[in-house]
Design a protein around this ligand. Structure first.
Ligand code: HEM
Ligand code: HEM
Length: 187
């Protein structure tokens, strides 16, 4: 992943980041509510439907985001960051893309496919099954999606804490560079 010398993320990068971050965080919350408050909040699987309808849009958005990102490198990280911290940031971002934004939605798609349950993307159209129905793989698929979702919850929690640390402790402008209409100054 190349870095270009400039200030702040572009408007398109911010839109892609914040729209997908919003969808992601709401989907995560809906998944937890649907599963752990099933009897009280999800008796007719309404929340499961919402969870799948919303989260599955990430499968389409990620194609646009990765295509765009490969042609549009992010801004340079501040000089105040050590080489190790810069490498950590790069690895963190790769994990966010690979696991939170690609593997997790794929694992949900896989689970619904083996369970022979429909996914209505944004409530509008059916996603074709990823694999044939396979009741014997149901438990494995559930296990993968559940544990990947908890791992990703920790990953996003860490991502948020690091962003806040940059802002309040290191006082650099990494967070400002991702906020609306703020440019990141190159130190
Ligand atoms: C195509 C996309 C996805 C599909 C089809 C899908 C499907 C499902 C299904 C069927 C459940 C079980 C709900 C229930 O038992 O009522 C579930 C749970 C869950 N999903 Fe997804 N999911 C998808 C994407 C995502 C994404 C992107 C996230 C994270 C933002 C996520 C996070 C969760 C969580 C946290 C749970 C609850 C896990 C637990 O503690 O048991 N899912 N998902
Ligand atoms: C309130 C929550 C969030 C905050 C404050 C936040 C903040 C940030 C900031 C400041 C950056 C730029 C980091 C840098 O230049 O080194 C960034 C990048 C990134 N964030 Fe978030 N983020 C949040 C939620 C999320 C969520 C939920 C996801 C996806 C599941 C996500 C995925 C990413 C990715 C993939 C990048 C790398 C962008 C790139 O360079 O292509 N973020 N985030």
């Amino acid at each position: 992943m190349l870095e270009k010398e400039n200030t702040g993320y572009t408007r398109i990068a911010k839109w892609l980041h914040w729209s997908m971050a919003f969808i992601w965080m709401v989907s995560w919350g809906l998944g937890i509510l649907a599963t752990h408050w099933r009897d009280t909040l999800n008796p007719q699987h309404e929340l499961t439907f919402l969870h799948k309808a919303l989260a599955s849009t990430l499968l389409l958005l990620i194609v646009a985001r990765v295509t765009w990102r490969l042609k549009n490198p992010p801004p340079a990280l501040p000089e105040s960051m050590s080489a190790l911290a810069k490498r950590g940031a790069m690895i963190g971002h790769i994990l966010l893309y690979a696991i939170a934004l690609i593997a997790l939605p794929l694992s949900g798609w896989y689970w619904s496919s083996v369970a022979d349950k429909p996914i209505l993307v944004a409530g509008l159209f059916l996603l074709p099954p990823l694999v044939d129905p396979a009741p014997d793989l149901y438990d494995l698929a559930k296990y993968i999606h559940t544990w990947t979702s908890w791992f990703c919850g920790a990953l996003i929690g860490g991502h948020l804490l690091v962003a806040l640390k940059h802002h309040f402790v290191d006082k650099d402008n990494i967070l400002a560079g991702m906020l609306p209409s703020k440019k990141r100054r190159v130190k």
